[in-house]
Design a binder for this molecule. Structure first.
Ligand code: HC1
Ligand code: SF4
Length: 575
């Protein structure tokens, strides 16, 4: 241990602890902009400078270690002056249009500048705005970029894609798509991790809230909403609601108040996905088709984009099942439209997702005899949902739990855990066991595929299950860098699996690129625990026991993997 003093407080810290970390452990937060633990510790912004007694030069606290006897000041007049000039210089290259900025109120730069009482910017440089497509689901505004490098590092180190790079030199240094490409030409997975790790409004999702407001206002349209599993684990964070208070029932109330005609829970179609994908897995597994390579899950569009660009020869090993979002869209525009006695074109489908890539996945075509558009018409992220709640002046404390609509009402615990890494696999194994044995396994029999935290396990959970004489080798992986490492192992013949779940975002959808932002803080594991809690307390925990899904088969699809299911619920992953 090392003994030192920070701001007059005597403390002890382990050796090799940074000054910033030692201060944080002792309730002394040091302002920062570029720092991201374990990902970006490069002292690029110099906002975290501190003064060391006896030394002239200020040092950065994020990459300097504590030393025995150090006397540190984190907020001395000299530190404040220096920090203030640093932030003023950053602001001189920033467009500072806070009133119209999506991150206003949740921007690290705004907070640091406010805390330093910067009410006038003494310097101003000309700010050039790089061109960007308004159509792409990921939007970048270069005039808000502070060159902190977080996006470069998270894309490179966590997601292994290196979409971003530094461009130009001197005062014209900026960040842009690597290789002077347009973003549409790059292999962007649309996982959105660069957005959730950006300290400012330089990176955002394409806004679809106006489209949704317009659809709600259109008397010709029947607006049908679905709410993804992971949204319930995070939407309350910015509204001051505890995890217990922030229920999916209250999100349903939100949508009824916003004027949606019908509201459903995506857990229903997660159960439907399990019926389709579980049946497909058993068929491919028993036919010997998976001897060399596993079947990969297909519900994460970030992962689908990744495999298509990085391992195109493995696309044929993806499950052909559409994701729960797409399956629900297809069911809404066919089965449900028929129930209502209206044509599919009248139905306007909206998804509330923790995800940016779902905005691109939604473009999947829907054929119902003839082409009837897309499964899903608009995707709003959890953050966009929160903006709609604010725009409608809904007071969160007045929200009441409501049930989703019929007839696609029921969702099981198995459907809810889709939102956490390992959840799809666990739900599929519960049902695959039932399909093999004709009886249920204990509901927690496959919990070995759950993540127990990210640091120790690097986002990969492997498990082998024995069902009589059948052995199923599984892996669940989250984060595209982890996925790449796992696939490379499979390709080298160093690992063999039958079934692999991949989710692009660390921790799964709970850590999705459309979730509320907490200055790069990782909350996926905590949010995931919430979903497992909901599963544990659910009345039904097996997808095959979802009675509304059973009814859907009786009345419409006949059985999993039927001809009709193949037409509406499966895809060849061509687009
Ligand atoms: Fe997900 Fe899924 S779990 S992909 O993360 O399979 O987005 O929540 O909705 O479709 O169910 C996302 C979440 C979501 C789908 C489901
Ligand atoms: Fe979207 Fe979930 Fe995949 Fe992330 S893990 S890209 S949130 S589907």
């Amino acid at each position: 241990m090392v003994n030192l003093t920070i701001d007059g407080k005597q403390i002890s810290a382990s050796e090799n602890t940074t000054i910033m970390e030692a201060a944080r452990q002792n309730g002394i937060p040091i302002p920062k902009l570029c720092y991201l633990k374990g990902i970006n510790e490069i002292a690029a912004c110099r906002v975290c400078v501190v003064e060391i007694e006896g030394k002239d030069k200020l040092i950065t606290s994020c990459n300097n270690m504590v030393e025995e006897g150090m006397i540190i000041y984190t907020n001395s007049p000299k530190v404040r002056r220096n920090r203030r000039t640093t932030v003023e210089l950053i602001l001189s290259q920033h467009n500072c249009e806070c009133v119209t900025c999506i991150r206003s109120g949740n921007c690290s730069l705004q907070r640091v500048a406010n805390d330093l009482n910067i009410i006038h910017i003494p310097f101003k440089m000309e700010i050039e705005k790089q061109p960007w497509s308004k159509e792409f689901p990921l939007i970048r505004d270069s005039s808000k970029c502070i060159k902190c490098m977080r996006c470069i590092q998270v894309c490179d180190k966590v997601q292994s894609l290196s979409i971003w790079d530094v461009e130009g030199t001197g005062s014209r240094t900026t960040i842009n798509v690597a290789g002077y490409k347009k973003i549409e030409e790059a292999a962007c997975s649309l996982c959105g991790q660069c957005i959730t790790h950006c300290p400012t409004g330089a990176l955002t999702e394409r806004d679809e809230t106006e489209k949704v407001w317009n659809a709600i206002a259109d008397p010709e349209k029947i607006v049908v909403v679905q709410i993804a599993p992971a949204v319930r684990a995070a939407w309350g964070e910015e509204l001051g609601l505890s995890r217990e208070e922030a229920t999916v029932g209250k999100i349903i109330d939100v949508w009824r108040r916003l004027g949606a005609d019908y509201v459903f829970d995506t857990s229903f179609s997660a159960d439907l996905t399990i019926m389709e994908e579980g049946t497909e897995f058993l068929q491919r597994f028993t036919s010997g088709e998976l001897k060399d390579r596993p079947m990969f899950t297909s519900c994460c569009p970030g992962w689908i984009r990744f495999i298509k660009s990085q391992y195109p020869h493995l696309v044929k090993y993806l499950s052909s099942a559409k994701s729960p979002q797409q399956m629900f869209g297809a069911v809404m525009k066919t089965y449900f439209a028929e129930k209502l006695g209206v044509s599919p074109e009248k139905i306007y489908t909206v998804s509330v997702m923790p995800c940016v890539a779902k905005k691109s996945e939604r473009e999947m075509d829907l054929y119902h005899g003839e082409y009837v558009g897309h499964d899903v018409d608009a995707v709003v992220t959890t953050r966009e949902l929160l903006r709609m709640i604010r725009a409608a002046h809904i007071e969160p404390s007045t929200l009441m739990d409501q049930e989703s609509d019929r007839p696609m009402q029921e969702g099981t615990g198995a459907g809810v855990i889709f939102g956490a890494t390992g959840g799809v696999m666990e739900a599929a194994l519960r049902t695959a066991y039932y399909l093999l044995k004709g009886e249920n396994p204990p509901a927690d029999a496959f919990q070995a595929v759950r993540s127990t935290g990210f640091n120790e396990h690097q986002g990969v959970q492997e498990a082998v299950f024995q069902v009589d004489d059948v052995t199923v080798r599984t892996a669940a992986v989250s984060g595209l860098g982890n996925a790449r490492a796992l696939i490379d192992k499979i390709e080298r013949g160093e690992a063999q699996y039958d079934f692999v779940e991949v989710m692009a975002c660390p921790g799964g959808c709970v850590g999705g690129g459309g979730q509320p932002i907490h200055d790069g803080e990782e909350l996926a594991f905590e949010r995931g625990k919430n979903l497992y809690y909901l599963d544990k307390n659910a009345d039904i925990r097996y997808s095959h026991e979802n009675q509304d899904v059973q009814k859907l088969y009786e009345e419409y699809f006949e059985k999993p993997n039927s001809h009709k299911s193949h037409m509406l619920l499966h895809t060849e992953h061509m687009k």
